[in-house]
Design a protein. Structure first.
Length: 202
């Protein structure tokens, strides 16, 4: 089963795990509209999703943080809405998950530090040797990719009944039953132009 995890920020990422193994990942595609202003490249996002055909998508819910400016909050809401619209148009089974929900499971037994650092730690443990750099020029792990990987892995474990933090076996069974993947229909699928999303500079 292919599970797509999405960090919906402008500097987010998309990561697909297949049967628990890392399969594909992409830094959120953007286009430069001004010297320092980027916008989502919706066509490239659609192309990536259509190419890899995930069975279920776990999308992180939008969440504002104390001290964030209006522009930052608008960007967060825009990304969340963009992904919800794309997934609905593609008729993909999806689950919206709050950051604290997946973090509680994936960061279990880790010392409480910066969540971005914890994502990188867990990614290195799950997939040793994998680079989480956005490009060869980068020196720091891309937290949009590591968070997306955590969200995807959370989804994989949830659908397979292996998430354990703060839940009883009965509750896990009920939650899994609610997430059973329905038969997918593709009456009029959206077809994007061929785009090599991996070559897009961000």
């Amino acid at each position: 089963m292919k599970i797509l995890g999405v960090d919906n920020g402008l500097s987010g990422g998309l990561v697909i795990v297949e049967d628990g193994k890392l399969a594909h990942m992409l830094v959120t595609p953007t286009v430069l509209v001004k010297a320092s202003k980027r916008e989502f490249n919706e066509d490239a996002i659609v192309a990536f999703i259509e190419k890899h055909k995930p069975d279920h998508v776990f999308l992180e819910k939008a969440q504002s943080m104390p001290g964030q400016g209006v522009s930052s909050m608008l960007s967060i809401g825009l990304g969340y809405g963009t992904y919800r619209g794309i997934l609905a148009a593609l008729k993909l089974p999806r689950t919206l998950v709050h950051p604290k929900t997946w973090q509680k499971v994936m960061f279990q037994d880790l010392p409480k530090t910066d969540t971005k650092a914890m994502s990188h730690i867990v990614c290195m443990r799950l997939w040793p040797g994998m680079s989480w750099l956005a490009s060869e020029r980068c020196k720091k792990a891309h937290d949009g990719l590591t968070d997306a990987a955590m969200i995807a892995m959370y989804g994989f474990r949830l659908l397979n009944g292996t998430n354990t933090a703060g839940t009883t076996p009965k509750r896990q069974a009920r939650r899994k039953a609610k997430l059973e993947i329905p038969e997918m229909t593709h009456d009029t699928p959206y077809t994007a132009d061929e785009i090599d999303a991996s070559t897009i500079e961000v």
